[in-house]
Design a protein around this ligand. Sequence first.
Ligand code: CP3
Length: 357
Amino acid sequence: MIGENFSEFLPLHTMELKNDLFLRAHRGEAIERYPVWLMRQAGRILPEYRAVRAKLSGFKELVETPEFAAEVTIQPVDILDVDAAIIFSDILVVPEAMGLTYQMIEQKGPWFEKTIRTREQLSFLDQEIDVQERLSYVFEALKLTKKELAGRVPLIGFAGAPWTILCYMVEGRGSKTFSESRKLLYTDPDLAHELLSRITDVTIQYLKAQLNAGADALQLFDSWAGILGREQYTEFGLKYISKIVDAIPHVPLTVFSKGAIASLPDLTELNCSTLGLDWNMNVVETRKMVGETKTLQGNLDPCVLYGSQKLVELETIKLLKSFESQRHIVNLGHGVYPDIDPEKVKVFIKTVKNYEI
Ligand code: CP3
């Protein structure tokens, strides 16, 4: 007889999900309502997050301690009632695993002591790294989160897209223009390609390992896609995203290329289930381009959440009404800003959940 305990022996990812709306929407299957979650939902908007964070030495301790990472990953599921959890981590763990350590400086953001701007500086990077070992804390956090979620909602794993990771490795910090990174594309395109290839190889291993550790879906964040024009994004961005998505077929996977409006026709050609739209991308026009071949995720302007509850409700309904297909996952057009009132986020989520499709 197959008893209760049998489930303990099943691989984590075969555990049945109580709410799989998010995965069904990725696959283009029938849904009874649109699923909803928020980019950057695990983070500073929640007082409960800040309480956990305050007990620790800093952001990195939180990222690198699976028990705490799991706790803050699950907080938005408990508190905001979202339809998916995203593992608490950062895109910068990949450059770190490659040999460039970073610090997360309070009020300022990431800072890398070493940067890659010349061929000689490639020696700062370790080759043939053991991804499983170097990023074991992420995989442990995924396993623990999956266990603690007990099938309530799917768990999203993620990575930065190669172009965005290159930007941080070249610049060493955030930037308004990322001109050092764009400069490299003209002064030493071969070096840029070498760096992008190395990031791509590690990212493929990293994402596969996240799936093995229990991630049900994946997202690639290309936060700085929009600083390149269409041709340059094809050469230095999409070429590597294609390699990644082709290496991980048949998995619910979202490519979020923020700002890459000119490249939308190219993005529709990618071998992925879902495209993330920022708030300037037009849902109706993008739907015309993709037809029913892809799910679209997004794209309420995160600043709507600074408005009144009534405004949040009206703008959310306006977005929902613009959908001409069931293949949608509702989200913001970028990460939620840290000073947003969680009550407004709850109105956004409730409005989506109460909307009849
Ligand atoms: O979405 C989630 O809730 C999961 C966690 C997550 C974080 N970062 C936690 C975080 C995710 C998916 C990211 C992705 C990420 N990290 C991106 C891509 C998405 C985007 O926003 O465009 C980028 C560009 C980074 C790099 C990064 N991490 C920067 C530039 C900064 C500093 C600025 C900022 O947003 O705070 C971070 C720090 C960071 N990553 C925080 C969190 C919760 C804040 C750190 C803190 O707790 O003080």
